[in-house]
Design a binder for this molecule. Structure first.
Ligand code: HEC
Length: 197
């Protein structure tokens, strides 16, 4: 395997095509890179630096994943609003809301500020019953849960939330309760009431 001395290229015109090495029949030439290629290459290098600076260093641009998350959230919020504005509450509406992430998130916030004092984090129960088990005092179906949250049960100190929270927040809180129902959070309060079918 001896290196072969440079010989002119096959065409004989371009000295750049000279073969500078040949190993086992494979020739290595020393061609000049075409200008258009170099130009494109440098453009990509400059673009990459600019891209990195804009999106990552300065974090000015919105990356595709962030844009997707934003659009998805907007879409969910719009959907939630559409369902909420559909008029009178129905069990189907409540079930649909309980599957809408934006509404459940809103309900979770309502729950965290208004309900945790009695129902504890995640609804595992304290003064108020455990909302994550299969046992219910006032019914486990969406309409019954909505009724008790809106109207309360004063003889046993469950306040009525319809007035202080307003209809939309009550629906959101119910959507959240439906979303945590039957999750049987660890360390929850002992069951009260009837086992739901
Ligand atoms: C002051 C304490 C208190 C607060 C605050 C409170 N609850 Fe209650 N809640 C109770 C009590 C007590 C009961 C059980 C009533 C009974 O024994 O009949 C109850 C019952 C319930 C039930 C029915 C549970 C079942 O087993 O049928 C739901 C649903 C409920 N609460 C949701 C909520 C939501 C949602 C909020 C916040 C918007 C909230 N509660 C805030 C005390 C509270």
């Amino acid at each position: 395997m001896k290196p072969i001395e440079a010989t002119p290229g096959a065409s004989g015109k371009d000295p750049g095509e000279a073969v500078i090495h040949e190993y086992d029949g494979i020739q290595e030439c020393d061609n000049q890179l075409p200008r258009w290629w170099l130009f494109t290459f440098w453009i990509t290098v400059i673009f990459a630096a600019g891209y990195w600076y804009y999106y990552h260093s300065m974090q000015k641009g919105e990356l595709a994943s962030a844009e997707y998350a934003r659009l998805k959230a907007e879409e969910l919020a719009a959907e939630a609003e559409r369902i909420q504005n559909a008029g009178e509450v129905t069990p189907d509406m409540l079930v649909t809301l309980s599957k809408n992430a934006a509404t459940v998130e809103q309900g979770k916030e309502v729950f965290a500020t208004t309900c945790v004092t009695c129902h504890e984090q995640g609804g595992k129960g304290n003064i108020g019953p455990n909302l994550t088990d299969e046992y219910w005092l006032h019914g486990s179906d969406p309409q019954s849960i909505y009724n008790i949250v809106r109207d309360g049960y004063l003889p046993k100190q469950m306040p009525a939330w319809g007035k202080p929270l307003g209809e939309m927040k009550v629906r959101a809180a119910v959507a959240y309760v439906l979303s945590i129902k039957n999750t049987n959070v660890a360390g929850g309060k002992a069951p009260q009431g009837e086992k739901a079918l």
